[in-house]
Design a binder for this molecule. Structure first.
Ligand SMILES: *Cc1c(COP(=O)(O)O)cnc(C)c1O
Length: 418
């Protein structure tokens, strides 16, 4: 993984610093992010979209740390959000609300008010009822709400069922035929301004075909809308571009953008996209410490201090993530291990049947951990959440302190007789 490479001394480095040293300095579990990779990833997308007017909106839910949002904002990113909380984070980090698109099926009145008052770029409307609500809230604030309809194009993204979102059995978006009617209805609503059209068909896509199929269906809808004199300013193609965890061969951002640019040729539409995973996954690693090794009847266990509450992807999606020794200069016997955490669940594992040379006290590094890692972490089993650091060259900086024990019961109240 770029900027996370092993040097001739056998040690893995995060940019210019040995990961072992970072683990000793900051403790484990530890998330480490590369500022250079984050910067390259954003600039890569942005440059790949050159030639058409565009806005790259980083999908905040992939990793919502303020420092990462702040870096994205500095690079010129817009943001794709799915809650009022994410909008608050964007504002706190210094992001521009005018570059925010707001997706999600359950926007509350309070969230819609908050977004309208900040003047976001667009609401991605996910249902008929939501359009009515946005219109009512906008009316009460004497504002016009900018909207796109999130179309569900009914294409199979060919990805894990839990991260597929563009099938008619999914809760997301509005089917094409109803979307057409919804746009026509939107033109009759006093406080709605039609801005664009949107879709997002799933995550970790490793082929361009589903993106192409979805766009073809949407372009037909755009043509029908034009005949009704409904003109759009932008097309939001969503996120979903996959990354390499093992041996996947996802399209490059260039190929991904070229495909859209070719299809949008001659149409006067601003291209909006919402990459999350492809922006951050390979910009981060998660470091765990081996507490014990334990011989089992059929396989051995490497028991680490890092668990499904820190990184749930293997447990939730059966995701395979690469795990390596931080330091291969150490002399250890090789065994096949299941790498498991301290949590009292059999589903608590980071990897299964991995060949490793490891002993108690050694550090292991999980790759591709920058997306849907810390963002999905919890305090289950009353475990404090991990620390996060950013590195650049030989410098490192903490961007989230490890939680303290008292954080575990913050907001709780002791028992009192009622
Ligand atoms: C999750 C999500 C994204 C980002 O998806 P990635 O696969 O991380 O690129 C973009 N848009 C919407 C609406 C989402 O829900």
């Amino acid at each position: 993984m770029k900027n996370f490479e092993r040097k001739s001394d056998g040690k893995l480095y995060a940019d210019g610093i040995a990961i072992n040293d970072l683990a000793k300095q900051y403790g484990t579990p530890l998330y480490i992010y590369s500022q250079k990779t984050l910067t390259d990833n954003f600039n890569g997308f942005n440059k790949a979209a050159d030639g058409v007017e565009h806005l790259v909106c980083y999908a905040v839910k992939a990793n919502s740390n303020l420092a990462i949002l702040g870096l994205m904002a500095k690079l010129g990113a817009g943001f794709d959000i799915v809650s009022g909380g994410e909008l608050a984070r964007v504002v706190e980090a210094g992001g521009d609300p005018k570059k925010v698109v707001y997706s999600g099926v359950a926007k509350s009145v309070a969230e819609i008010e908050y977004a309208l008052n900040l003047g976001i770029l667009c609401f991605n409307v996910e249902s008929e009822a939501e359009l009515e609500r946005i219109n009512e809230v906008a009316k009460s604030l004497n504002k016009k709400a900018p909207i796109s309809v999130r179309v569900n194009p009914d294409v199979d993204a060919g990805t894990h069922p839990y991260i597929s979102t563009g099938l008619k059995t999914n809760k997301f978006g509005v089917p094409i035929e109803r979307a057409f009617l919804l746009y026509k209805h939107a033109t009759t609503l006093s406080n709605i301004e039609i801005k664009g059209i949107d879709c997002h068909i799933g995550s970790q896509l490793t082929s361009l075909q589903p993106f192409s199929d979805a766009l073809d269906r949407i372009l037909l809808l755009i043509d029908r809308l034009e005949k009704e004199n409904i003109k759009l300013h932008h097309i939001d193609v969503g996120g979903g571009l996959g990354v390499v965890y093992k041996d996947e061969v996802p399209p490059t951002p260039e190929a991904y953008m070229d495909n859209f640019k070719a299809k949008l040729k001659g149409r006067n539409l601003v291209l909006v996209c919402e990459p999350g995973r492809a922006m951050v996954a390979n910009a981060g690693v998660l470091v765990a410490k081996c507490e014990y090794t334990k011989a089992g009847e059929v396989r051995d266990f490497c028991i680490v201090d890092t668990a499904m509450n820190d990184m749930i992807r293997p447990s939730l999606y059966s995701a395979w993530m690469n795990i390596e020794e931080a330091d291969r200069s150490l002399t250890r016997d090789e065994h096949v291990y299941d790498i498991v955490g301290p949590i009292c669940e059999t589903g608590d594992f980071l990897g299964k049947e991995r060949n490793l040379k490891v002993a108690s006290g050694d550090y292991l590094v999980m790759f591709g951990a920058g997306a849907y890692g810390f963002a999905m972490s919890s305090n289950y089993n009353s475990r404090v959440r991990a620390a996060e650091v950013m590195v650049k060259d030989d410098k490192s900086k903490i961007i989230r302190d490890r939680e303290e024990l008292k954080d575990l019961w913050n907001h709780e109240h002791k028992f009192e007789e009622l």
